[in-house]
Design a protein around this ligand. Structure first.
Ligand SMILES: [Zn+2]
Ligand SMILES: [Zn+2]
Length: 353
């Protein structure tokens, strides 16, 4: 049996791959290379959430534990399948998760390694539960994304940007607290952990927001969100779309999911426009009916949902818009900003707002 001369102990709330990467970086190596060295076929790093973090192979865990002089149960305890959440409630691709720079600074101040918390892999994780700041997945120095890497430094293992090698830290700029997002995220977290009907609502709301629509873009695009940087969202047909979305799009979804699922009060300036609330109610109503009825109901709903008005009505709406104060205050330049403003005015007029 091969033994590693130095291996740090895992933290209580650490992700198993984070610990493995911390071990590996001390040998300028990677977890798959260490697994090969331990005499096992290596497991690839990305897209292997289940085999690495959720339900790791017992024999592999035993080898890692032995090589690091740890008790096997102390490693097995880090496996996510032993916790309450289902696999759907974790972000599977490490590239789509974020880290809290304030937590990492605190790790360094304590004189220990940086490490990745398990709750950063939760589908609703957009904000740090401890510090209330947004999780980040891009470097604050070179602004490039990509997976941060562990690097062994004199003071311990540090997460660094793969491009410019700077250590991930809040010192590059104080982060504001994201209280509203945090409230939504905590409500979703409680719904997921409590299971029950609220979990159903969360799953239905995220599915509803991201499901491709027969006559247009998914509902997530009607929230007036330009994040991230105007790119169109990856339309997701997955049953649990949040687990496959990048951090920025998950953060954009969290408030809308909490509002649609009825977990937070509707805000004065709501995230979700009234017509989307109504469409969601129809969507939930359709789900509850039994199958044959459902097909008929959908066909009827679709014609009912279009709710076409007369040409005169539309002309009147357009004229009202042109006369409105908001139209006069419209930025005079062309481009995306103006298009978005016009889009907002139109949907407000159409939803009777
Ligand atoms: Zn934090
Ligand atoms: Zn960088």
């Amino acid at each position: 049996m091969r033994l590693l001369p130095v291996a740090p102990r895992p933290f209580d709330d650490e992700l198993l791959t984070s610990w493995q990467c911390r071990v590996a970086c001390r040998y300028s190596s990677t977890p798959p290379k260490i697994e090969f060295w331990l005499g096992r076929p290596p497991i690839p790093m990305r897209a292997s959430f289940k085999a690495r973090d959720f339900q790791p192979d017992k024999d592999m865990t035993w080898r890692w534990a032995r090589a690091s002089r740890l008790k096997e149960p102390d490693l097995q305890r880090l496996a996510l399948c032993d916790l309450q959440r289902s696999e759907d409630c974790y972000v599977t691709n490490p590239l789509d998760r974020g880290v809290c720079p304030v937590c990492l600074d605190a790790d360094a101040e304590k004189g220990g390694d940086h490490y990745c918390r398990r709750n950063w892999a939760h589908v609703e994780a957009a904000v740090c539960e401890e510090h209330g700041v947004a999780l980040q997945s891009t470097c604050q120095r070179c602004f490039r994304g990509g997976l941060f890497q562990f690097r062994a430094m004199p003071d311990g293992a540090r997460l660094v940007c793969a491009w410019c090698a700077s250590v991930i830290s809040e010192r590059r700029g104080r982060q504001p607290r994201q209280d509203r997002l945090f409230e939504s995220m905590s409500a979703i977290g409680r719904a997921i952990d409590g299971k029950g009907f609220q979990l159903d609502n969360v799953a239905a709301a995220s599915h509803f927001l991201w499901a491709p629509q027969p006559h247009g873009l998914p509902y997530i695009t009607c929230l007036g969100i330009s994040f991230p940087y105007g790119r169109l969202p990856p339309s997701s047909t997955a049953k649990a779309p949040l687990s496959t979305l990048p951090l920025a799009w998950r953060a954009a979804s969290v408030e809308a999911v909490a509002e649609l699922a009825g977990l937070v009060a509707r805000r004065e300036i709501g995230t979700v426009p009234p017509f989307a609330h109504e469409a969601f109610r129809n969507f939930r109503g359709g789900e509850r009916e039994d199958a044959p009825k459902h097909i008929v109901a959908t066909a009827q709903d679709e014609s009912a949902e279009l709710k076409l008005r007369t040409d005169d009505d539309y002309r009147r709406l357009a004229l009202d818009l042109l006369k409105s104060q908001a139209w006069k205050e419209m930025p005079s330049n062309t481009g995306r900003k103006k298009n978005r403003a016009i889009g907002r005015l139109m949907s407000r007029a159409l939803s009777g707002g």
